[in-house]
Design a protein around this ligand. Structure first.
Ligand SMILES: Cc1ncc(COP(=O)(O)O)c(C=O)c1O
Length: 387
């Protein structure tokens, strides 16, 4: 009797729903499945953050509607964190907005700046929400392929002039999901110059800046001189502090861009629960040793997995950041065939690379969200397969 709107009908299937269905099928047969699919850390939120939430819960003033922009104390904590971590100065009143997870902000942002028919430049393979937010805003997605020969950076020169003249937003995400690629400040500077030349908004998804390894430290795009004239950056506490379930993040940068996003939020949500914002303040202003410990855990897992895969002959590099490993499937397999084989024959869930977009074909993504022992077990199971 009722049909879904055209925008819902145009949605691609949400990748992880299909993976969950396949996983449930295998589990129903009694298989002990090792899930390396979804990027949700298995580690608990550090106790000082949980304690701050418990205290905040007892305060009646936190039981009311929050402001959709976020508590000023939260925005101040976010601004201070940006200053300490990246040396970026921000006005917490005008250049910071709280988000109910960065997914919320990323999905809503195009509603503030994209008119029907406008183009949004979206990397592929990528986190699906850049395209979905574009679709919901009535925009058209132009995909910028991220290819291994370009170190998984978009080739801006390849974007046609007629696309550029209709383009409003250019999305970036470094450290990158799913490829685990990183971008340096020179690349960000090129993007900012390009955006100024073509009158584009740069929206940078910086969800993984704190999960870095060895001697690499990811920059913020706002470190580039003049970036604040055209850029907004999305930061999340989800991965940094193992707080995926809490739903708290923030966007920072150009005042007009932050104001536009806040206007959308004023009309569709009533802000993040203040208890969660107080926990987030504890996270951002507290001892950062917990983040160093998370990095250390993920680094050890990375080493177990990458060394294990290399020994089995896989083409894979140790990522400098994120908790993902992006590896080539063995010759003769598509991404989907290989992922299905791992699930059916070894009880291991990985994400087929093409699920993030066609240029991801030929790759699979592993999320390092189980402990070292389970990763060793995964490698053992893979070693018993014939390719
Ligand atoms: C690249 C990227 N951006 C944003 C998000 C959303 O994170 P959250 O909504 O938890 O802040 C994710 C989650 O997996 C992600 O991988």
């Amino acid at each position: 009797m009722f049909s879904f709107s055209e925008r819902l009908q145009k949605l691609p299937p949400y990748l992880f729903v299909e993976l969950d269905r396949m996983k449930a099928e295998v589990q129903a047969k009694g298989v002990d499945v090792i899930d390396l699919g979804v990027g949700d850390p298995d580690l608990p939120t550090p106790s000082h953050i949980v304690e701050a939430a418990k205290k905040a819960l007892d305060k009646p003033e936190n039981h009311h509607y929050p402001s959709s922009a976020g508590m000023l104390s939260f925005r101040q904590a976010a601004a201070n964190w940006m200053k300490n971590r990246f040396g970026v100065e921000l006005d917490p009143q005008k250049e910071v907005v709280a988000l109910i997870g960065s997914k919320e902000g990323i999905a809503h942002f195009p509603l503030a700046f994209v008119n029907p028919g406008d183009v949004v430049l979206v990397p592929t393979p990528a986190y699906p929400v850049y395209h979905i937010g574009t679709l919901f805003a009535g925009g058209e997605t132009y995909y910028m392929p991220l290819l291994p020969e370009n170190n998984f950076l978009p080739d801006l020169k390849n974007i046609p002039e007629d696309i550029l003249s209709r383009a409003k937003i250019l999305w970036l995400n470094y450290p990158n999901n799913p490829t685990a690629a990183v971008a340096d400040k020179n690349f960000f500077a090129e993007v900012i110059a390009f955006a100024k030349e073509h009158n584009l908004i740069v929206a940078h998804d910086a969800a993984y800046t704190e999960l870095f390894f060895d001697d690499y430290v990811p920059p913020s795009i706002l470190e580039v001189e003049g970036a604040k004239e055209v850029a907004i950056e999305f930061h999340s506490l989800s991965k940094t502090y193992c707080m995926t379930g809490w739903r708290i993040a923030f966007a920072v940068g150009n005042e007009t861009l932050v104001t536009g996003l806040t206007k959308v939020k004023n009309n569709v949500d009533s802000g993040a629960f203040q208890v969660v914002q107080e926990a987030a303040i504890a996270a951002l202003t507290g001892d950062q040793q917990c983040v160093a410990e998370f990095r250390n855990i993920f680094k050890k897992r990375r080493d177990v997995l990458v060394e294990g895969l290399k020994k089995l002959g896989f083409q894979v590099e140790a990522p400098k950041a994120t908790f993902y490993v992006w590896a080539r499937v063995p010759e003769g397999y598509t991404s989907a065939d290989f992922a299905a084989k791992l699930l059916k024959e070894a009880g291991i869930v990985v994400t087929p690379g093409n699920g993030f977009g066609e240029p991801g074909e030929g790759f699979f993504r592993v999320a390092l969200t189980v402990d070292e022992k389970r990763l060793e077990e995964a490698i053992k199971r893979i070693s018993s397969l014939k390719f």
